[in-house]
Ligand binder design. Structure first.
Ligand code: MF3
Ligand code: CO
Length: 274
């Protein structure tokens, strides 16, 4: 229910595409959905250790979401069979949880989770080290998290969408120079508008020149989600039709928050409530 003729008639237009604008009360509702996603991810982080299967993490996430009276948004999305995406090591995104995928010491897993509460979506992802992870993997994950927060800082009213893309790219490249690694930025996937649906316009690339694309106005909400690779960022999709891996087998990480644009700047929605 969005766009012209819907219950919420408030939209911005960019080259013929609608961008949903939320009222302050609607952003509060999104904040509640986001808090549930944050709480679910915290529960998953708590249980992520060697010997645990990704299917167990999925069951925990689904239960946490349903116990709150919400619905897991990933489950059934274009036929997706689970409530989280669990992407281990060379898997970048959209890894399908499995009973036979047992986490081992030294693994690096990204868990992506979404929930619908009172009709509003939250979407966030974290990368979690399993046991003792190599310093280079920790640096890769830290670089991606720093790039996420650099992107979030660029979610400013009056700015342009690609200011966010550019900020993510600059931060990822700076981290790579500091770490002496040319981190790859995954090009085929990126962030997105979010609100009454999980994936809405606009698409948000994780690189690009600043000053392009729609103007950022209060009431917009975006999922910012950089994906970085230790090596070449070329991707390949597995035969399961979902799992995206690095073509070179190198490790990949993914961090994501849903963020609203307010008069005062960015407001991260997918955080625990105080
Ligand atoms: N949450 C992912 C994203 O960040 C999308 C997952 S789609 C699913 O955009 F079908 F795998 F659930
Ligand atoms: Co997302």
């Amino acid at each position: 229910m969005s766009g012209r003729g819907g219950v919420r008639g408030i939209i911005a237009r960019w080259r013929g595409r609608d961008i949903e604008l939320k009222s302050p009360a609607e952003l509060e509702a999104m904040r509640a959905a986001g808090a549930l996603v944050a709480r679910t991810l915290a529960a998953v982080v708590e249980q992520t250790k060697p010997g645990v299967s990704t299917a167990e993490l999925d069951a925990l996430a689904e239960q946490t979401i349903r116990d709150a009276g919400a619905v897991p948004s990933f489950l059934g999305y274009h036929g997706y069979p689970a409530s989280i995406c669990s992407s281990v090591n060379e898997q970048i995104v959209h890894g399908i949880p499995s009973l036979t995928q047992i986490l081992a010491d030294g693994d690096l897993i990204s868990v992506d989770c979404g929930a619908i509460l009172d009709g509003w979506h939250g979407d966030a992802a974290v990368t979690i080290p399993v046991g003792a992870v190599s310093p280079s993997d920790l640096a890769l994950s830290a670089a991606c998290e720093v790039a996420l927060y650099a992107g979030i800082e660029a979610v400013q009213p009056g700015g342009r969408l690609s200011d966010i893309s550019h900020a993510v790219q600059v931060a990822a490249e700076a981290a790579g120079r500091r770490d002496g690694v040319g981190y790859g930025i995954v090009a085929e996937y990126g962030g997105h508008g979010i609100g009454t649906a999980m994936h809405m316009d606009p698409f948000l690339p994780n690189f690009g020149e600043p000053g392009q694309g729609p103007r950022l106005v209060p009431g917009m909400a975006l999922a910012v989600e950089p994906m970085l690779t230790a090596g070449d960022p070329t991707t390949r999709e597995l035969d399961d039709g979902w799992t995206v891996v690095t073509a070179d087998g190198g490790r990949a990480v993914h961090w994501e928050h849903s963020v609203a644009i307010t008069e005062d700047g960015p407001r991260v929605l997918t955080v625990l409530s105080d």
